[in-house]
Ligand binder design. Structure first.
Ligand SMILES: [Zn+2]
Length: 334
């Protein structure tokens, strides 16, 4: 076969040919060459298929973007309508409150309550990005406002106490989500778990402090409250550090945690007694396995049970640790 043009030249021309933007003479040359050359014909077919596929993807994306835009606009409109509906009880209450001569007292309670409703219904519909986080922020803010208004209305002094309790409860449930979704400085991006733990711990201590101030806590209060709180949060912290930072096999982590939980719960009474300065129930130190379980002495019986549970958990944990270490060693070798 004697081709008039070089295949490379024809293939360079193919895109222009398929777009129909080459000159008449080039078009003719390509057509003639394609009739003769199977290789270039195949290339032309493949090129055409690729272009069609690309066009289809572009078209699909365009449709999706348009749909999303439309959907967003609709949601926004529904949000605005909901907000307007919520305005009705607010306005009615405003008029009633003024009409019966009260100086807008309970109106603010209705307003704040409606803000809570709005934070859960209007905010997720109206906000364009990071809806979850904004809804949580809105809900928390409006809930605190409602509490403040109620507190002022009844002349109470409990606002800070209730607010800090709410913040602790909400933080435990929602802080992981919020911290996962908000932009963080670079050095904190890999420390979200740590951030959640610190945040919750701070709120817990804030609650202990506020309670202490509220009840006019004596030095006994601070001793017991801080001592037992430290012991209480020690376990979650230890488990967190092991799971997050120990570079060992999962089995080893499970084993370590099991052993620690065993020791932690067995010595809970002793540790709390030591930390708080008050006798907090029985002590494992009273254990005496030599006296059989028919002993009438409850303290010894309790201590024996604690000791046996601890030994069992340490034993089970040790098995996990050994399995984990063996698995890691074998994985490292292979
Ligand atoms: Zn060719």
């Amino acid at each position: 076969m004697n081709k008039l043009y070089d295949c490379d030249l024809i293939q360079d021309l193919l895109p222009l040919y398929q777009d129909e933007i080459c000159s008449e003479s080039s078009k003719k040359a390509v057509q003639e060459h394609l009739e003769e050359c199977t290789v270039c014909r195949n290339t032309a077919d493949k090129l055409m298929n690729d272009r069609i596929e690309k066009l289809l993807i572009q078209e699909k994306n365009k449709v999706l973007v348009a749909h999303k835009k439309k959907e967003r606009k609709r949601t926004f409109t529904i949000g605005i309508v909901t907000a307007s509906v919520l305005m009705i009880p607010i306005i009615v209450c405003l008029i009633c409150n003024l009409a019966i001569g009260h100086a807008l007292d309970w109106f603010f309670i209705v307003l704040a309550a409606m803000l809570v409703v709005a934070s859960l219904t209007v905010v997720p519909l109206v906000v364009q990005s990071n809806r979850g986080v904004w809804t949580i922020v809105g809900f928390t803010g409006s809930l605190l406002t409602l509490l403040l208004v109620c507190c002022i209305y009844v002349g109470g002094n409990w606002f800070v106490l209730v607010a800090v309790s709410c913040m602790l409860g909400l933080s435990i449930v929602l802080a992981p989500y919020v911290i996962h979704h908000i932009p963080l400085p670079k050095f904190l991006r890999n420390q979200k778990g740590l951030l959640v733990m610190v945040w919750d711990t701070l709120w817990l201590f804030a609650l202990i402090t506020v309670c202490g101030i509220y009840v006019g806590g004596s030095s006994n209060y601070w001793h017991i409250a801080i001592g037992s709180t430290i012991y209480g949060i020690a376990l979650p912290w230890i488990i967190f550090v092991i799971i997050r930072y120990f570079p060992v096999h999962t089995c080893t982590k499970i084993g370590l945690i099991t052993m620690i939980v065993g020791i932690y719960s067995a010595f809970a009474n002793d540790a709390l007694t030591w930390l708080s300065g008050y006798q907090m129930g029985g002590s494992i130190l009273k254990a005496d396995l030599l006296s059989d379980f028919s002993t009438k002495n409850r303290e010894v019986l309790n201590a024996n049970i604690l000791l046996i549970v601890m030994i069992a958990l340490i034993f089970v944990g040790a098995i996990f640790v050994v399995v984990g270490l063996a698995t890691k060693k074998r994985a490292g070798r292979s």
